[in-house]
Ligand binder design. Structure first.
Ligand code: 2PG
Length: 236
């Protein structure tokens, strides 16, 4: 029976500073490094052995994956990168402090930007130096594919083709797969996998560096799902 584990990266420097991050390529904080190591040790201790891993183009997820692989003695497995696993693009909010914006715009507006399914934060202007079109790692994409802001619905729209084209076929072939990604790109994937409604998805918050494990039937149906926490498995 193949299994799939989804892991959100460990704490990043901007999680620590409470700033909207999105596609900004910030690294893990020291705590995030420790959290990622601990997740790797827990997966190793639980007897998990992945055949391959997927991650985004963003270093906080890539580094989390490397630390997990290191502590599982699994650095040799293929780790495949796909920009479609990137965090939800936070548009012009990227870099801003969440608490300061709550003061300016109010808790309800902040909640809409952060957790509503369909609302897009304000767009990043095309000539804004923060725009991803200036980054070498997206040079292979058509300009129209590079977002200037995304709702969670937009994020689901780009994550699912990656799931269908690259990840799901490997599970159906019998491989055990680890995916290291982000709070919102994983919320989008979990929404699809577990059939969570648009109304309920704002209540799902995926914790930092805690593997969410799915045991699958050979046809891909979910048999069992749980978080692998320090104190033991916890059903979700
Ligand atoms: O800033 C971000 O990119 C995300 C994830 O850290 O934040 P939020 O939880 O507010 O969607």
């Amino acid at each position: 029976m193949p299994y799939l584990a989804l892991i959100r990266h460990g704490e990043s420097q901007w999680n620590l500073e409470n700033r909207f991050t999105g596609w900004t390529d910030v690294d893990l904080s020291e705590k995030g490094v420790q959290q990622s190591r601990e997740a790797g040790r827990r997966l190793h201790g639980g007897g998990y052995t992945f055949d391959l891993a997927f991650t985004s183009y963003l270093r906080r997820a890539i580094r989390t994956l490397w630390l997990v692989q290191d502590h599982m003695d699994r650095m040799w497995i293929p780790d495949l990168k796909d920009w479609r696993l990137n965090e939800r693009h936070y548009g012009a909010l990227q870099g801003e402090n969440k608490a300061a914006f709550e003061q300016l715009y109010g808790a309800e507006q902040l909640h809409q930007w952060r957790r509503s399914y369909a609302v897009r934060p304000p767009l990043l202007e095309p000539d804004d130096p923060r725009h991803a079109r200036f980054e070498a790692k997206y040079a292979h994409l058509d300009v129209g594919q590079i977002p200037a802001s995304e709702s969670l619905a937009d994020t689901v729209h780009r994550v699912l083709p990656c799931w269908r084209e690259r990840i799901r076929p490997r599970l159906l072939a019998g491989d055990d797969v680890l995916v290291a990604a982000h709070g919102n790109s994983l919320r989008g994937l979990v929404k699809y996998l577990e059939g969570i409604s648009d109304e309920d998805i704002p209540h799902l918050n995926i914790p930092l560096a805690v593997p969410r494990v799915y045991e699958l039937a050979e046809d891909g149906a979910i048999r069992r799902r749980f978080y692998l926490r320090p104190e033991g498995e916890e059903a979700v």
